[in-house]
Design a protein. Sequence first.
Length: 319
Amino acid sequence: MALPQKINNLPAWSLSKINRWADYIELCCINNTDHIFSIDDLVDHYLEENGEYIERGENEHSEKYDALINDFTKCFEQINFRSQSLKENYPFDIDPDGNSLSLKIELTEYHRFYFFLLFASHPGIFKDRCYELTHAFEDLSCAILREISPKSAVVHIFGTSRHDDDKMEYKGNLRSRLQKLASNIFAVTAKTFDDDPQFDVPAGDGGIDLVSFIALDEAPFIPLAFGQCACSYDDWVDKQTSISYDRWRSRFSYLAPFLQYMFVPFYCRRADGSFEHPADISTCLIDRHRILKIFMNSETSVDDFTQHSIHAAVLDLVG
């Protein structure tokens, strides 16, 4: 296994970022020679790089140590939620005490897809494969959107992972692609769009990564969904505005209110399965938990994954 050397560096995240730390535990488990990682390993690693956090002889030594154990126990509780919700499709085993993680010996395609989402959640760690992971996430999010859309829906990639070939629906510069999209959904571009030079660029997506629509006839106000993909824990909240109804009705006329999907490869959950920060959510949020549920219940998603070039990259990283 050849995971990036950066995994050996302790992240600088706040201890309150439980899902990120849970990811880090999983990554360390994969990376360790024996493929085991425990709460004691995590505490030792943390104190090696943050020795000033607890100085022996301090009056608060015991309190600080107990607080650290409490924080990391919450991370393993989060991991236990992941294991319980995915059952045999979770690629790790947890010991009976819930304080140690080990990599399963026999790996399935469900496990490898989990690894892909785990890696895609940390482009800063996988810098050499960042482009590959983020574009693959957009491609496979399109497959997930197709899975949850009505059978009569037309689903396309609009964002930067598309390829300008004959098979792609949207080609050319940004303005021509948006004009094609407007035509597909029987909308009319607004004057604010027509007069805005920001759309006269060869790249970019205007804020839309995925689109799904049902052409009921040749009239506007049809069922429609826009999707946005984000592989960063830090920017997904703000990215939701890029597919808002208010933004797009200022660019296209004759739009019915549409579904807005935000796809992220990481968990946004507490250990009880509820959303971690529900006040931040303004779209239909499809996080790792939901992606995996859809993937496991799909008849085609495994093929979508194994036939994608990212599958070979995951095999190269994990086996």
